[in-house]
Design a protein around this ligand. Structure first.
Ligand code: ADP
Ligand code: MG
Length: 390
């Protein structure tokens, strides 16, 4: 019989990293959520080699004071909750205090931050390598905000590294995370670069028109043109966003974004309610497309159900299901032939912008397609099929 030991801090972090850090996209998600929680309204993401060689997130948020910098890298250290009551009323994206500890245990991590409350003009830097816990704090120039640089992900856990896919696949997963997050915060500017090429530059979208534009750049202009805008409020629940007209259905459930209080989730109850609402208007085997936001009292959901927090538990799931189903069912029943007509009108400038962005992405990988880029961009519906249906 072996004797019982406490595991080292490094090993416990690496075990936790198994849950939280599956691939570069999970690192991107955690870092972006931290930037949003810090109140940033400008976030830059820089990648090299699909985020495996380098994944850097720079924000203009509140920053971290010098004394807290190495604490931020420790497990179960968070500024977001301090008691059970806070846990039941979470209004931040993070709260478990384990992302940075986990990421730093499986990469070479540098964090630089400057907070308003620091007396010095400079910022501070900590560096760790595979969770060497005695992180040194050094002064360095930095504007207000935080930069986290993650290099050589899984350099010390080769078994994990083997599970990584090609650069293209890892990049597209990060890109998908950036899209999801960009759809959750119209007020924030996002830019994404991969191997020194600019992939997205999404300006803050305040007006409804600017929001439409962001949705079009992320989901394709054809989606925005073939969808209706919904906004329904009842019994403390509010649902708003864009849902596709029955004429715009997809062969896969790949254009479905659902947010609960700003957090993207994948939830069976939600999928079922939406599917039911479309039951009579879509052919069997086709899927609706949507970007929907549900807002409700934080106390009526439990977000602490999954380590990566992509599930929530509704306290009154029947009420939520009913609300989603009846709201969408009604909105779809009210679709007029005019709405359907509108859908065929396009905005050439938007199509061109979308096309440009897509072709940049294609160039980063010298995308091997049977069609030339010119053909991709003309007609626009073709590019949608080629890129989004794959
Ligand atoms: P959590 O987000 O669950 O609190 P993390 O490990 O992701 O845990 O981060 C630990 C702490 O580090 C956060 O609670 C926050 O105080 C600080 N932090 C992390 N990233 C940033 C950032 N970009 N800006 C300001 N503070 C940050
Ligand atoms: Mg976090």
């Amino acid at each position: 019989m072996h004797r019982i030991n406490f595991l080292s801090q490094r090993l416990t972090n690496q075990i936790a990293a198994g849950e939280v850090v599956e691939r570069p996209a999970s690192v991107a998600k955690e870092l972006l959520e931290n930037s949003l929680d810090a109140g940033a309204d400008r976030i830059e993401i820089d990648l090299e080699q699909g985020g495996v060689k380098l994944l850097r997130v720079k924000d203009n948020g509140s920053g971290i004071v010098k004394e807290d910098l190495s604490l931020a890298l420790s497990r179960h250290a968070t500024s977001k909750i301090s008691n059970l009551e806070d846990l039941e009323n979470i209004d931040s994206l993070g709260f478990r205090g384990e992302a940075l500890a986990s990421i730093s245990s499986v990469s070479r991590l540098v964090m630089i931050s400057k907070s308003d409350s620091d007396e010095e003009d400079n910022g501070w830097k900590v560096e760790t390598e595979g969770q060497n816990m005695d992180a040194k704090v050094e002064p360095i120039a930095h504007a207000r905000g935080t930069t986290v640089e993650v290099r050589d992900l899984f350099f010390n856990t080769p078994a994990r590294k083997k599970f990584l896919k090609t650069e293209k696949t890892e990049f597209s997963r990060i890109d998908e995370i950036v899209r999801r997050i960009a759809l959750s915060r119209f007020d924030v500017q996002f830019s994404l670069q991969h191997n020194q090429r600019s992939i997205h530059k999404l300006l803050p979208a305040k007006s409804e028109q600017e929001q439409h534009r962001r949705v079009a750049l992320i989901c394709g202009p054809a989606f925005v043109e073939s969808s209706i805008h919904v906004e329904i409020e009842r019994a403390g629940l509010r649902l708003w966003g864009w849902v596709s007209l029955p004429t715009f259905s997809r062969s896969q459930a790949d254009l479905q974004y659902f947010y609960v209080n700003g957090r993207i989730i994948r939830d069976k109850l939600v999928t079922h309610a939406v599917k039911q609402a479309y039951r009579d208007v879509l052919f069997h085997g086709r899927h609706p497309a949507y970007v929907l936001y549900l807002e409700l009292d934080p106390a009526s959901i439990d977000v602490n159900v999954h380590p990566t927090k992509h599930e929530v538990r509704f306290r009154d799931s029947g009420l939520v299901h009913d609300f989603l189903f009846s709201s969408l069912n009604k909105a779809l029943a009210e679709v007029t032939p005019q709405d359907q007509m509108q859908s065929s009108k396009g905005d050439p400038a938007l199509h061109a912008a979308y096309c440009r962005e897509r072709s940049e992405q294609a160039k980063t990988f010298m995308y091997q397609s049977p069609l030339s880029l010119k053909e991709h961009c003309q007609p626009i519906r073709l590019i949608d099929q080629v890129y989004l249906d794959q």
